[in-house]
Design a protein around this ligand. Structure first.
Ligand code: PHE
Length: 399
C-alpha cells in the first residue's frame, strides 16, 4: 500500500481549495509527515502527555465535503477541550485518515488506527456504508467507535462498541413521508434510489412503508449507482408515472445532477431528500434546478439557540463558512467522546465504552443527545428548503 503521491496530492488539493483557512496553535499544530501510509496528522508534540483519538473520513473523493466538515468540527472540539486543560491532565490529539469515500479504505484505516496508532477510540464515518465497514473492524477489536452522522440502522447493530450521536433512518424516512403527506399534501411520490448505498436503500424502504401507511402511493422505484452521470432513463420512467414529488435519498454529489436532468426533461415537481443532500456543493451542482426542493436534516443554521449561534460563530471564524450538519455533528461526536474519556474509570476499551453508553442529556449543537440501549441518539429532525445558495428552515419534527 504505497500511496504517498495520492495522499500528498490530496493534502495539497485541500490546501489549494482553501479548506484550510485556519492558522493553528502550535500546541495542536499540524504535522504532515511525509512517507507512505502517513495520515494527515494533527497532534500535539510530547506524545507522552497526549491522548490519541482516531478519525476516518472522506477528505477527498466525490463526497469530500462530508469528511472535511466533520474534521473541522472535531478539530474545533479538541482545540476547545485542550484550551480548557485537556482530559485527565493530558492534551488530546487526533490522527486522521482519508478513506476517499470508499468502504474498503475506511476499514483498512480502522485497522491501522487500532494496530499501529493504538488510538483510544475512533470517530467516523459519515456515509453509512463506510461506517458499517469500519464497525466490522472496531467491534471485534474492542475499540469504541462513534459515528457522528451515519443514520442507517445497521451501523450500531454491529455491536456494543459502536455508537452514533444522530438519529436513525427509520425516523428520518418517517419525517419526510409525513412532510410529503401532511405539509405538501401529495398522494403520489416516485423514488430514485442509489443501489450502492446502504443509506439510500434503507431510506427508500422506510419512506415507502411510512408513506403507504399514511395513504400515499409510490408510483415507481428507480435505481442508479453512486457516481453515475446520466439519470435520464430513470427520470423519464418516473415522469411517465406522473408523481407529485420525487424522493431522492442520495448524496449531494449525485442529487445536484439529478435535479438538473429532471428539470431538463420537464419533470418539475419538488424533489425530496435526506441528510445526504447537506453540502454547500449541492447549490453549485443543482443550481436553480434544486431550488424549492426539501430535505430532512440534523440541524438548521437558522436556529436562534444560543449554543448553536455560538458554535456557528466559532466555526466561521476558524474555517470561513457556515457549518453544515457534519460540521455540527463532528463537533458533537468529539465532545461526547471527550466527556466520556473524562468520566471513564480507566482508559481501557470497556471502560470508555461504558462511559459513552451513559451519555445522557448532552447539550449538542445538533440537538440534545441521550443514547438509548441500542446506542443511538433519539432527537428531532428539521426539514429545510433549498434556496439560492442556502437553506431555509421549514419545520421541526419530533420523534
Ligand atoms: N446519514 C448519511 C448516511 O448515513 C450521511 C450524512 C449525514 C450525510 C449527515 C450528510 C449529512 O450515509
Amino acid at each position: 500500500m504505497r500511496r504517498t503521491a495520492p495522499l500528498l496530492l490530496a493534502v495539497l488539493a485541500l490546501l489549494a481549495a482553501g479548506c484550510e483557512k485556519k492558522t493553528r496553535q502550535p500546541a495542536v499544530g499540524e504535522e504532515q509527515k511525509g512517507g507512505a501510509e502517513q495520515p494527515v496528522v494533527r497532534e500535539a508534540p510530547g506524545e507522552e502527555d497526549t491522548l490519541l483519538l482516531g478519525e476516518v473520513g472522506s477528505l477527498t473523493g466525490a463526497q469530500a465535503t462530508f469528511g472535511v466538515s466533520t474534521r473541522n468540527g472535531i478539530e474545533l472540539a479538541l482545540e476547545e477541550a485542550n484550551a480548557a486543560g485537556g482530559v485527565k491532565g493530558k492534551k488530546l490529539a487526533v490522527r486522521v485518515y482519508d478513506d476517499q469515500g470508499k468502504p474498503e479504505e475506511a476499514a483498512q484505516a480502522v485497522t491501522r488506527l487500532i494496530t499501529q496508532d493504538k488510538v483510544l477510540l475512533i470517530l467516523g464515518e459519515v456515509a453509512s456504508s463506510n461506517s458499517i465497514a469500519m464497525a466490522e473492524k472496531a467491534q471485534p477489536a474492542g475499540v469504541p467507535m462513534i459515528t457522528p452522522s451515519s443514520t442507517n440502522v445497521e451501523v450500531t447493530q454491529k455491536g456494543d462498541y459502536i455508537f452514533r450521536v444522530c438519529f436513525t433512518d427509520p425516523f428520518q424516512g418517517y419525517v419526510m413521508a409525513k412532510f410529503a403527506a401532511d405539509h405538501l399534501k401529495v398522494k403520489k411520490v416516485a423514488i430514485l434510489q442509489d443501489n450502492k448505498s446502504a443509506y439510500s436503500m434503507g431510506l427508500s424502504d422506510v419512506f415507502t412503508e411510512k408513506f403507504q401507511g399514511m395513504g400515499g402511493r409510490i408510483t415507481t422505484r428507480e435505481s442508479y449507482s453512486q457516481g453515475d452521470t446520466d439519470f435520464r432513463a430513470q427520470l423519464t420512467a418516473i415522469k411517465k408515472t406522473r408523481p407529485e414529488a420525487v424522493y431522492v435519498p442520495g448524496y449531494y454529489s449525485d442529487v445536484g445532477v439529478i435535479a438538473r436532468q429532471a428539470r431538463e426533461l420537464g419533470l418539475m415537481v419538488p424533489l425530496l431528500g435526506g441528510d445526504g443532500w447537506d453540502s454547500e456543493k449541492l447549490f453549485e451542482l443543482g443550481g436553480s434546478a434544486i431550488q424549492g426542493s426539501y430535505f430532512s436534516n440534523h440541524y438548521s443554521p437558522d436556529s436562534p439557540e444560543p449554543r448553536v449561534r455560538q458554535f456557528i460563530d466559532r466555526y466561521k471564524k476558524a474555517y470561513g463558512g457556515v457549518p453544515d450538519s457534519m460540521g455540527a455533528l463532528g463537533y458533537d461526536a468529539a465532545r461526547v467522546a471527550i466527556a466520556a474519556l473524562e468520566r471513564a474509570e480507566s482508559l481501557t476499551g470497556p471502560a470508555i465504552r461504558d462511559a459513552i453508553a451513559q451519555t445522557k442529556d448532552f447539550p449538542g449543537v445538533a440537538g440534545t443527545i441521550t443514547l438509548d440501549e441500542n446506542r443511538n441518539a433519539v432527537k428531532p429532525a428539521v426539514v429545510l428548503q433549498v434556496e439560492e445558495g442556502k437553506t431555509r428552515f421549514v419545520t421541526t419534527v419530533n420523534p
